[in-house]
Design a protein around this ligand. Sequence first.
Ligand SMILES: [Zn+2]
Length: 412
Amino acid sequence: MYRLIWVLLLLCAVSSVQAQGYTLVIKGGTVIDPKNNIDAVMDVAVTDGKIVRVAKDIDARGALQTVDARGLLVVPGLIDLHTHVFFGTDPARAYDGGSASVPPDVFAPRTGVTTVVDAGCSGWKDFPAFKREVIEVSRTRVLAFLNIVGGGMRSPYEQDLHEMDGKMAGITARQNKDIIVGIKVAHYSGPEWTPVDEALKAGRMANIPVMIDFGGNNPPLSIKELFFDHLRPGDIFTHCFGQLSSREFVVDTLTHTVKPFVREAQQKGIVFDVGYGEISFAFSQAIPAVKSGFLPNSISTDMHIRSMNLAMRDLPNCMSKFLAMGMDLHDVIQAVTWNPAKEIKHEELGSLGGGYRAPGSREREIRSLRLYRLQDRRDAAFRLRDDGPGREDPFRSQRDCEANGVTQADAG
Ligand SMILES: [Zn+2]
């Protein structure tokens, strides 16, 4: 069983520059950069806060600082596609400027995450407040899915179809296209398809994907109908390995196999995102899927005040779970870097750039660089589990006790 350990954070504030040398050279790390098809021991050179070269045996003479990265992984800054970061102090506002959300700078930098995508905390009515109070003042890069619910992710607005105005959401997305990367549907309990179809209207207007979190639709809506009669290639199905009675699952719980139409949907271009969360991930779904080669396009946390203190914890922890299930390290890194960059159409993110071919040809900010150590923890008291009711999985009874020295109680 493997675990990714975060070991070093390189700050973006790399100040002075020597014209004749690099500011920083990272020597001997294993560079994994899926976009550029790199998986090898290489050096990385940085000048003036930019990655300017990735190559073997870079001459570090004259560099202001050299880092010995032997035994470490050097990967692009991680992108967490599903988070909740519109934080505040009012419990009644929930995720929408309330106490269910988490400040991005609290969790992102220390876990190697350089870009968080907020998954629909705000709607078109309160996006300006989110932008002013969080996005513009955070050191972490914050992008956003705009909730199709104008009043944002909170009661009673989420259950009010009159709040779901695709035109206003589309206009707001077009006006903020540097930040708004998609439209979010979540938590609606009625039998209608209105939230999905209004979100798609906005998505077409702004040429951005929609992200679907099926809530507690009663009766549950058909995911086959969702994939083939509603969504477009590039649209995102999050919480893809959830197993809640209010939703249809991707893995048949009788045969323990991925439903054939789900594989077809992924081949058609539907994006399957983990969105781990509090109760939205089950090993009983994920293990058969991964073992049979059905991999998530992106691994994300669904970070909020409860999930971060349960089995989800943080993005490297989620990555560790997929390594433990047998997913290849290269695929895991790709699912938190280049894949989510493509999903949100921000292809300037999620890679170390092209500087490895010609120094300085395509520069990237230094904050897109992180180092990891991959440790074999088979002898340690390290356990993996999920949370939530009614789970039947191999890790169900085990206790999660490795969190930088803090023991977490099992709330399952
Ligand atoms: Zn969420």
